[in-house]
Every structure is written in C-alpha cells, then in structure tokens.
Design a protein around this ligand. Structure first.
Ligand code: MV4
Length: 491
C-alpha cells in the first residue's frame, strides 16, 4: 500500500494522514465545497473536491470516491469514523474495485450493524448479555409476557440502531404497547428496519468499552478498556483509560469477552466492544463498533500503540507483531471533546468564526484538531472542534493536567464545551470515580442566561418545557442526527 485515500474530514482525516506519512505512505484527501480551505486538504499529498457541502453529496458519495481512487491510482481507503466507516455496501464496493478497505470485512460490519445478528453471533461464546429476548418482537402478547418475567422497567431497542438510537424505556405493562409501536415506527423511519427487541433496563450503568485488534491470521488481542460514562444524550464528552472502577480480574474477564466477540464475526482490524457495567460490577455485552473510535487516543496514550498504524499493517496482511502478554497499561489518559456548543444554552451548536484559537502545548498534552484561527465552524458537519487529551502517571495527575490545559486553551468567537470540561474535572463525583452515565443529567445545572421575559411568558415557557420534559423522559435518547437536522433546517 503506497497511496491511501482518507474518506473523511476534520481532525480524524489529519490524524490518519499523520500516521500514513510516518509510514511513508502518500495520502489523498477528499473535500466538499465547504471544506476548500480546511487543513486536511493542505496536509494531504493530493486533494480532490467530491461535491457540495451536504455530506450526502460529498463525503457520502460512494461512486465519486471510488472513481477518485481509480483516477489517482489509490490502493487503500481509510474511512475514519462516521460517514462511510460502517457501511458494509461501501466496503464491498471498494473491495470489488480492487481497492483495500482499511477496516473489517463487509461480513463483520453487517453482522455487528444488526444488534440481533450480533447477539446471535456471540451466543455460543458464553458472553454475558442483559436479560432479554434475542429475537425481533412480532407478537405483542408474547412480548408482554416476556417483559413480565424479565421485570419492569424494560428497554425496547431497535435492532438496526446503535449508539442509543431508537431506544424506548417502558416502566410498566400499561405503557408497553404504545411505546413498542413508537419504537417500531421510529426504527422504520430512521433505519428502514422495524425490528425491535427487549432487554431488562439497567438503571445506573457505566459505559465501558474494550479496544480490540485482530489480524487476518486469526490473532486477536485487546488493548484494555476506555470508560465513556460522561456523556450527554449519547454524545460522549469525556473519556478515559483505564477506567477508575475496573480491577485486574474484571479487566481480564471483559478483555477476554471482547476478544471472543471479535472472533465470533471473524473480525479484522481495530474494533471496539461496548459493555454496560452495573452497580454490582456485572458486565453485559451491548454492541460492537466496527471502526476506529473518536476516543481511540486515550488507548494509544496508555499502551503506546498507534492504532492507525496497526489498522494499515493489518490491511496489508501483516501478522500482529505483539501478543496479549506484550501489552500493558502504563499511566492514565483523559480526553475532552471540545464542541462548538453552548452548555449554558442546552448545548445548542454555536456557530461563528474562531476569532482567537490557541491550543495548549506541553509534555503529556495531545490536541487532535483541524482548525486554525480565523476559520469558520462549518454548519454542515459535526460540531466537534478538537479532542484535548492529557496523560499522567496517575488518574489524579491526568485530571490535574486536563484542568490546566483547559485553562490554556483559548477560543474566542464561539461558545465551546471547554468550561464544561473544567466543571467535570473539578467535580467530586468525577474525581472520586463514583459516577455513571447519568452524571451530566444529575449534576450539571447551567446557570441559564438572564432573560428579561415577562412573568406570563416565563410561565408559558415553563408549561411547554414541562410537557416536553414529560415526553423526553420517556425516550431516553435523542437521535444522534439531532444536530444534523438542526443544521439542515438552518440553511
Ligand atoms: C442500555 C441501557 C440500559 N439497559 N441497555 C445506550 C447506547 C447504546 N449503545 C446502548 N445504550 C444503553 N443501553 C440496557 N439494557 C442504557 C443505555 C444507555 C447508555 C449506555 C452507554 C452510555 C450512555 C448511555 C446513556 C443512556 C442509556
């Protein structure tokens, strides 16, 4: 592999190119009309515009991207995360065109893209799963019966969903049918697949995920865990490795389970196996993400392994050069996702120009970004500006350095989640390690902006908000596409 195309934009495109160049591999960037002046365009050896700003017409334009590869004699495609990274059809089309897809096989992507197929695949490996059914619900009566034996509250999930999309919590039997019908119609409109299933609802879980790496020769290792419990409506905000709550025994058991999940679908490349951990430290397999994750840097910091380099080596057909015993955790890493969002205004995207943009620098500080002072935040894509990662010998040191690095990060012209990150780093629950996925909801109270509205208006707003709240508390998730919809509406 001498030349690869990065079918992505932003920080991840830059990050992949950095490793490619280190390995002596030439890079091709693609970009949309909105990204003409983006850093990833200049950083690549060659760059091609693939269409207008909307993702559907540019970064998701499969035919065009494959044509660019043929024109420029590209021999591999790195999909990054998001966009086409978990699209089995794209992976297949790329392979058919004689280009190497740097990622797992279409078969692995397809199995893990369906929660029910994934459950089915791992069944014979003795992987702990949340009590529930492993088939799509077809008969309401039968489903209600099962829900009763599992015990309420239960969760209805869409098989084609992922990352929390299309989930509904059901508190009691009276609500069951209505919530099920909603879940089905949501799943149909969001994924074109109305298959839903039920699980026991785990009330206060922690989100622990295991990084795995597999070569094409049957070797699979895990690179320990990341904890991603600090999230807001399924959007992760703070991640760390290792987790503050795993002991060696649990880490080993979860790592082994993750390796089995990878083996169950003949996985190749870098992947992530997601688990829920309940308050009694029982863990349950949730799903597998068949891509490089946003938060992969924390794993790189504690293991010293360049995950993109490993992806490329595996894609080249190489055997892993290390085994499980060669891997160990050294130190602790924390990552803050810096979003162009306003935490004081319900995390609404904050658009504008980066009037001032200075990143913190120093030993044990890593900033993965793709912005320069003076640039606009494009409204068409994910509002993440940067990933700020800090490292230390201990968790305490990594957190203290994060606190300091946030203070040395200067962004003016837009609102960001930097202050919110500082709130987390100084919060007793986070510092002590005693938190779960409800952290933000439980503790974050933005001091809402002063408003000069009349009493009547305020009362009306409160009534409307109460109605919305009642509705929202039933659907424990908001589709991740939320921001994109918002962007589309602004145009
Ligand atoms: C759950 C759950 C509780 N019980 N499943 C959300 C993301 C998707 N991967 C699965 N998710 C959940 N599944 C059962 N049976 C709670 C969540 C969940 C969650 C999981 C990880 C991180 C953050 C979360 C926030 C809300 C709900």
């Amino acid at each position: 592999m001498k030349k690869i195309l990065i079918a992505n934009r932003g920080e991840i495109a830059l990050r992949v190119m950095r490793t490619a160049h280190k390995m002596g591999i030439k890079t091709v960037a693609i970009y949309s009309e909105a990204d003409r002046d983006a850093p990833h365009v200049y950083f690549a050896n060659e760059a091609v515009c693939v269409g207008p700003a909307p993702s559907a017409e540019s970064y998701l334009n499969q035919k065009k991207i494959i044509q660019v590869c043929k024109d420029l004699k590209v021999d591999g495609i790195h999909p990054g995360y998001g966009f086409l990274s978990e699209n089995a059809k794209f992976a297949k089309a790329v392979t058919k065109a004689g280009i190497k897809f740097i990622g797992p096989s279409p078969h692995s992507i397809k199995i893990m893209g369906s929660k029910l197929d994934a459950k089915d695949a791992v069944k014979k490996y003795d992987i702990p799963m949340v009590p529930g059914v492993d088939k799509a619900i077809t008969d309401v009566k039968a489903a209600k019966k099962i829900a009763k034996t599992i015990g309420y509250p239960i969760l209805i999930k869409a098989s084609a969903g992922g990352g929390g999309k299309g989930m509904r919590i059901v508190e009691n039997e009276a609500e069951f049918e209505e919530q099920m019908n909603r879940a089905i119609s949501e799943a149909v409109s969001a994924f074109g697949d109305g298959s839903v299933f039920i699980e026991k609802y785990v009330g206060s879980p922690r989100h622990i995920e295991i990084q795995v790496l597999a070569d094409g020769h049957g070797n699979v290792v895990h690179l320990f865990e990341r904890e991603c419990s600090i999230q807001r409506r399924h959007q992760k905000v703070v991640e760390e490795a290792p987790s503050a709550v795993l002991d060696e025994d649990l880490r080993q058991r979860m790592g082994e389970a993750a390796v089995m999940v990878a083996k169950s679908c003949k996985y190749e490349g870098a992947g992530t196996v997601e688990f829920l951990l309940d308050e009694h430290k029982n863990f349950y397999f949730l799903e597998m993400n068949t891509r490089l994750q946003v938060e992969h840097p924390v794993t790189e910091m504690i293991t010293g392994v360049d995950l993109v380099e490993q992806q490329i080596l595996v894609a080249r057909g190489k055997k892993l050069s290390f085994n499980q015993e060669d891997l160990s955790i050294k130190g602790h890493a924390v990552e803050l996702r810096v979003y162009a969002e306003d935490p004081k205004n319900n995390f609404l995207p904050s658009i504008g120009t980066l009037e001032r943009y200075e990143t913190p620098k120093g030993e044990n500080i890593r900033v993965d970004d793709s912005f320069l002072e003076g640039m606009q935040i494009p409204i068409h894509y994910d509002p993440m500006i940067a990933k700020l990662v800090t490292y230390g010998d201990t968790r305490k040191e990594a957190i203290a350095l994060m606190d300091k690095a946030i203070s040395n990060y200067h962004i003016e012209g837009i609102e960001t989640t930097l202050d919110f990150g500082q709130f987390v780093m100084n919060h007793k629950a986070f510092v002590s390690g005693k938190f779960d996925t409800h952290f933000v909801k439980k503790y974050f109270r933005p001091n809402a902006k002063e408003n000069k509205k009349s009493k009547e208006e305020t009362k009306l707003v409160a009534q409307i908000a109460a109605l919305f709240y009642e509705q929202a508390s039933k659907e424990i998730n908001i589709p991740e596409a939320q921001n994109e919809i918002w962007y589309e509406n602004r145009k």
